[in-house]
Design a protein around this ligand. Structure first.
Ligand SMILES: [Zn+2]
Length: 87
């Protein structure tokens, strides 16, 4: 479920609202602090507070880092081989 972060323009209060796909507009996202509806959307994310999403993102990032590391090691090795064969 998409959770949007809002910031109230007049008072600066920040809050989150779950917005249903058919109600993408910010109507109904009134500031809980002052009740004003002059709010701006900060970020959009799919249920960032969900543990499942967070851990899967983490695993994905770790996998990517591991891949970068492997590629770097290969590149280092290749430049070493080039260096040795030159002399
Ligand atoms: Zn406010």
């Amino acid at each position: 479920m998409p959770i949007y972060e809002f910031r109230c323009v007049p008072c600066g209060a920040e809050f989150e609202r779950i917005i249903l796909p058919r109600r993408e507009d910010t109507s109904g996202a009134a500031c809980p602090s002052c009740g004003g509806q002059q709010v701006e959307r900060k970020i959009s994310a799919f249920a960032v507070s969900s543990d499942a999403t967070r851990s899967s993102n983490l695993a994905e990032g770790r996998k990517r880092a591991q891949k970068d590391l492997t590629e770097k090691r290969d590149a280092d090795h290749q430049s070493y081989v080039d260096h040795v064969s030159e002399h």
